[in-house]
Design a protein around this ligand. Structure first.
Ligand SMILES: *Cc1c(COP(=O)(O)O)cnc(C)c1O
Length: 394
């Protein structure tokens, strides 16, 4: 029996450990030292973002973004139901209400055609989530936001080094957030960043991030003492974390290229199963450049998905489903006063399966995965089984 294939595995891409040793010898392990600065400048230059601040997580960056939009009781925020809990928590913890919107069937991103009807006089912001590193319909979403005077936050946790019409995800809204969690493309274990595209928000962002003090301004000599000026928290990561991240960010192209190869291997060797109607593969729209964050399959139904997942597990391969749509979660139900199911997200979530995709996944392992899938689906296929919905309307 061959060794197990995990769903994800951390890796060293370059100088991560060397940089950690350097950070220790520099003698500054708290936040905002040389490595934190290096990471920020690298992200700003590469993605044309006016200002990037590293945070301990994308969750923390989303909390900061929500505070910068002055959300509070009585406010509503439009966001996709098909997302990670942090997107909604950022809104709810300030007393505002999340308004969940259904997904597009092609990318699983928020359905931009349903945003306008979700707007009320209480709506203050839209949070978009670029699922799998594939951009939302930002032209349309930004137009709607401008028309109604709404702030736009991009939860680009999965979208680092991915582009929409040539522009980096995270650089398009008023604010953007990145994740450097172990499961994301570029990682330092736990980490994140806030992208500040509206320069008028920078000063407050620095204050919120530094425990509600104006310490940043004090260091720059702009004020003569530093003190408590508003509600803040500790949203500064350690230099050890930033040093590790720096090693990964410097290898961004190599890491992305490796993921691209893995993604295309799956596509190439599974497309005959799609042609036979046994599954559906992900697609990347023309105006999007992906970072190949994840590779998923859509199976014909939940039973087949669960059986395939169990089959792969019996072969030592860890494939996993993804989000339970938030509107249907115990917490999400509390915010639903408008009726109606969100059928696309519910349906897709129940049939989706993610395959292992990490830097050190070998071709031999990938062969094992595609052969196990093929073998299972061919055997399971009966004339009575429903054909997969293949339409990709866009
Ligand atoms: C991973 C992820 C997050 C949370 O990121 P952390 O860095 O773990 O806080 C938030 N939103 C989305 C869409 C994610 O995929």
């Amino acid at each position: 029996m061959s060794a197990n294939i995990p769903f994800n595995k951390p890796f060293i891409a370059g100088r991560e450990l060397y940089y950690i040793a350097q950070a220790v010898t520099f003698g500054n392990l708290a936040g905002d030292g040389a490595f934190t600065q290096r990471c920020c400048r690298l992200l700003e230059q590469r993605f044309r973002i006016p200002q990037v601040l590293l945070t301990p997580s994308c969750t923390a960056a989303l909390e900061m973004a929500a505070m910068l939009c002055d959300l509070g009781p009585g406010d509503e925020v439009i966001l996709p139901t098909y997302t990670f809990v942090s997107t909604a928590n950022a809104v709810v913890r300030l007393g505002a209400r999340p308004v969940f919107v259904d997904s597009r069937p092609d990318t699983l991103n928020i359905d931009d055609a349903l945003i306008e009807e979700a707007i009320t006089p209480r709506t203050k912001a839209i949070i978009v989530v670029h699922y799998a590193g594939v951009g939302c319909e930002m032209d349309r979403i930004l137009t709607i936001a401008r028309q109604y005077g709404l702030k736009v936050i991009e939860d680009a946790a999965q979208g680092v080094n991915a582009f929409y019409n040539g522009q980096a995800l995270g650089s398009l809204g008023d604010l953007g957030t990145y994740s450097f969690h172990e499961t994301k493309n570029f990682s330092c274990g736990e980490g994140g960043a806030l992208c500040i595209n509206d320069p008028t928000l920078l000063e407050r962002a620095e204050i919120i991030r530094d425990k509600g003090t104006n310490r940043r301004q004090f260091f720059r000599g702009l004020v003569d003492k530093y003190t408590w000026v508003e509600v803040g928290s500790s949203y500064v990561p350690s230099e050890i974390t930033s040093a590790f991240l720096c090693g990964q960010l410097e290898q961004m192209d190599e890491i992305t290229e490796r993921r691209r190869q893995i993604y295309h291997f799956y596509r190439l060797h599974l497309k005959h199963l799609e042609a036979e109607g046994l599954l559906r593969l992900p697609r990347i729209p023309e105006d999007c450049e992906s970072n190949y964050h994840l590779f998923f399959l859509l199976l014909p139904d939940t039973t087949t998905r669960d059986a395939l997942m169990a089959h792969l597990k019996s072969q030592g391969i860890l494939a996993v489903f993804h989000y339970i749509p938030l509107h249907a979660s115990p917490m999400g139900l509390k915010f639903r006063d408008r009726d109606g199911a969100l059928p696309v997200a519910e349906d897709l979530a129940s049939r989706l399966l993610r395959l292992p995709l990490f830097h050190d996944l070998t071709e031999a392992q990938q062969w094992r995965i595609v052969e196990s899938i093929s073998q299972f689906l061919r055997r399971a296929a009966t004339p009575a089984s429903e054909p997969v919905e293949l339409a990709f309307a866009r």
